[in-house]
Design a protein around this ligand. Structure first.
Ligand code: PMP
Ligand code: GLN
Length: 384
């Protein structure tokens, strides 16, 4: 039953957001930003909606957006991308991931995954007939266990899925780790599906380096991004896929039968947003890092052991020093109902039913307004 969609539970993000609403809690659970939505990008969508057209755009995406994405790849990563054959627009990175996994995986193919993992990966891979081979990162450092990763590859490996910057543990893979992953993919002739939705949310003077831009990996990488994250507009669901033409082809074939297209006004506005100057992109990361530090300092003051955060909009914190007796799901429910602050349990990012899953970490989204972060800390402080 586990391999059937009908056997699936409700995603942890909906579960926690509903609970937050029910208890009037400050929602630092589900990852969505507040107070950073760029007014000019929103105005561009409104203009486009009023002007039309109101019928299907091209299946691969509006030419203006595909051109803007190719220019983005050149500007930030020095990647030469052909906008006509190597770029596809999707309805969010969620769709891009489904297109890539359904498009590339044949029943019986093995797929290497790194735990903790984003919650949409496993259900889609299973439904595609893929066999997950999971490798686990360990808190608090979340470094790559190289021997275990090498052992997870086999002659049946079709692809490895790499999420960097990584949700929920806020890890950015090092150049060395990237090279190690790349070498394994080359040795096993595997694709690398790169979930890079947090590409512009890398902090402390570092910047994102796509696997696709590493020597020898251009042709085997599928690079996935999300305008939801880049423009703090998660409601919009505009994602994209960058891949070599032969790799993109089966992914595009899948996309035609899943959504076919994405609304024109949103595509048009994202195309305009991608032309923003460097100050916008640097400012986004800078703002977000300030929020990370604000929440991090508050949580530490309360007694949490807050782990390092190199990117994304999530802080993970060990709550054992607070003396709470219970696992992470119990803790997240407890603080929602009793303190009025919601977080997400990190154990939800592991394949269910396995042993050795960490159960003392909560994930807090810091992409919120200062007053919400301060109030959340004040509520937790009063409670503990
Ligand atoms: N991948 C990761 C790692 C994410 O955190 C998210 C969260 N939204 C997505 C994919 C989905 O992105 P989108 O909202 O564009 O579908
Ligand atoms: N990516 C967001 C998170 O990790 C949630 C997206 C969703 O609700 N599916 O919180």
């Amino acid at each position: 039953a586990n391999s059937l969609f009908s056997g699936l539970g409700t995603t942890i993000f909906s579960v926690m957001s509903h609970l937050a609403q029910e208890y009037g809690a400050i929602n630092l659970g589900q990852g969505f930003p507040e107070g950073l939505e760029p007014a000019d990008v929103i105005a561009a969508a409104a203009r486009s909606l009023a002007a039309g057209p109101h019928q299907y755009p091209p299946m691969m995406g509006l030419p203006a957006l595909r051109q803007a994405l190719a220019a983005h790849e050149k500007r930030f990563y020095d990647l030469d991308i052909d906008w006509q054959t190597e770029v596809m627009v999707t309805s969010g990175a969620t769709e891009a991931l489904a297109d890539a996994l359904f498009g590339l995986i044949e029943p019986g193919d093995e797929v290497v995954l790194i735990e903790p993992l984003y919650d949409s990966y496993l259900p889609i891979i299973r439904r595609a007939g893929g066999i997950p081979r999971l490798v686990r990162l360990e808190p608090p450092r979340w470094s790559l266990p190289r021997e275990a990763l090498a052992a997870a590859f086999s002659p049946r490996t079709k692809l490895i899925l790499v999420n960097s910057p990584m949700n929920p543990c806020a890890k950015v893979f090092s150049a060395d780790e990237m090279a190690f992953i790349g070498d394994l993919a080359i040795a096993h002739d595997a694709y690398i599906v790169c979930d890079e939705v947090y590409e512009h949310l890398v902090f402390d003077g570092q910047s994102h380096r796509p696997l696709m831009a590493q020597p020898g990996l251009r042709e085997r990488c599928v690079r996935i991004g999300s305008a939801g994250k880049t423009f703090s507009l998660t409601n919009w669901k505009v994602g994209y896929v960058i891949a070599a033409p032969e790799v993109l082809d089966p992914i595009a074939k899948t996309h035609q039968y899943i959504t076919f297209t994405t609304p024109i006004p949103l595509q048009q506005a994202v195309a305009e947003g991608l032309a923003k100057d460097d100050a916008y992109f640097a400012g986004l990361a800078h703002d977000m890092a300030a929020r990370r530090d604000r929440l991090g300092a508050g949580l530490r003051r309360i007694g949490f052991e807050v782990l390092d955060c190199a990117g994304t909009y999530f802080l993970t914190a060990d709550f054992r020093p607070l003396g709470f007796a219970g696992d992470d799901l119990a803790f997240c429910r407890h603080i929602t109902c009793e303190a009025g602050v919601t977080a997400v349990p990190v154990s939800a990012f592991y394949q269910p039913g396995q042993g050795g899953i960490p159960t003392s970490f909560a994930r807090f989204c810091f992409a919120k307004r200062d007053d919400a972060l301060d109030e959340a800390v004040a509520r937790l402080e009063r409670h503990f």
